[in-house]
Write a protein that binds this ligand. Structure first.
Ligand code: UD1
Length: 331
């Protein structure tokens, strides 16, 4: 093997698998590291897969050397907010401590670039509902804190070594591959668009609205829903930026406008042509009223150009994926 490769940790998960697809379509050499506790072997299609943990130094050292890894895209993490509140050390262990161990291996192996999956959860509850990269970070759950601590480690490692990185703070990722090859297959999903689409195809008896008394236009929570293919494209843009010598940076990935829970449910009704059974329930603990990206920076710095910024398109692709999953379950 004489070309350098990109190591994608968590490449068998929801977002990582979409990025692996795009990288391979571009002709990049990729190796996936995933322990398959939350990811799916099928999600990597025929990409090389090493089954192992990011926190296992021996495995990581071996992969970095054997595949001449030059760039790491680090997706592997636990991402369920309520679980992080119940089991914080699980999140600090798997997200923060594993990232520290991975970075140590990267430095030893001379890895030059890291693209890191961060989250809008680092902002906590921004007073205006809008968050820019220089807005204060004040996570309100261990999931957000575990990611913010990883960002800080990356910042400090980049300052002290030749390694450069881009940390991408994702807003609300939804949708799936438009060709329906991969998608989110997690059992017991909690994300709104997936839950609503599962209900639309009859997999759940109803969909709940968590909170109808927020200080928003219709009283329900507002989020910046982002198509996973546009998010995947942002990773390729970040890679091109780093290869061109770009400085380490942190960037929001969102469209810069939000939709309420009710608007999302209306979109699901429109696209599926079904009436949903909606239950109004109390607010879910730890949910900010509104969280929308200030997203100018990624466009100007990386030239990122979203192509699927349309709620009905996001829902259409989510629905198509749920229908496929119902016909051919992944688990
Ligand atoms: C959160 C995290 C995000 C993380 C994601 C996955 C924050 C600010 N964001 O997103 O980083 O990647 O969880 O765990 O912590 N809702 C309903 N009914 C439902 C489900 C959700 O009304 O059945 C509402 C929520 O109250 C919220 C919106 O829909 O207003 C979106 O919720 P969800 O899809 O779960 O994502 P977040 O909690 O925003």
């Amino acid at each position: 093997m004489n070309r350098s490769s990109i190591l994608v940790t968590g490449g068998a998960g929801y977002i990582g698998s979409h990025v692996v697809l795009k990288l391979r379509e571009r002709g990049e050499q990729v190796v996936v590291l995933d322990d398959l506790t939350r990811g799916f072997r099928r999600a990597v299609l025929d990409a090389p897969l090493v089954i192992g943990r990011v926190g296992d130094r021996d495995t990581v050292r071996e992969v970095l050397a054997a595949h001449r890894v030059d760039t790491v895209m680090h997706f592997a993490a636990y991402t369920i907010v309520p679980e992080s509140v119940r089991e914080p050390l699980k999140y600090y262990g798997n997200n923060t401590c594993s990232t520290r161990s991975l970075l140590e291996c990267c430095l030893e192996a001379g890895v030059r670039h890291v693209v890191f999956s961060s989250t809008a959860a680092v902002y906590g509850i921004p007073p205006s509902g809008l968050a820019a990269e220089d807005s204060p970070t004040a996570p309100i759950n261990p999931y957000g804190t575990s990611k913010l601590m990883s960002e800080w480690m990356l910042r400090d490692v980049s300052a002290a070594s030749p390694l450069r990185h881009v940390a991408l703070r994702y807003f609300n990722v939804a949708g799936s591959d438009s060709a329906c090859r991969v998608g989110q297959a997690t059992a017991q999903a909690t994300l709104l668009v997936k839950v609503a689409c599962e209900h639309a195809i009859g997999k759940r008896p109803h969909v709940a609205i968590f909170g109808t008394d927020y200080p928003t236009a219709d009283g329900t929570g507002v989020r910046d829903y982002l198509h996973v293919e546009d998010l995947a494209a942002a990773h390729l843009d970040a890679l091109a930026y780093l290869r061109a010598g770009g400085d380490s940076t942190v960037l929001n990935v969102g469209y810069g406008h939000g939709y309420s829970v009710r608007e999302v449910l209306q979109s699901v009704e429109r696209v599926s042509r079904r009436r949903l059974t909606v239950r109004e329930e109390p607010r879910r603990a730890g949910d900010p009223p509104a969280l929308v990206a200030r997203a100018e920076r990624i466009r100007s710095l990386l030239g990122w150009t979203p192509r699927l910024d349309d709620l009905d398109t996001i829902v259409r692709h989510s629905l198509a994926w749920e229908e496929r999953l119902q016909r051919e379950p992944w688990d």
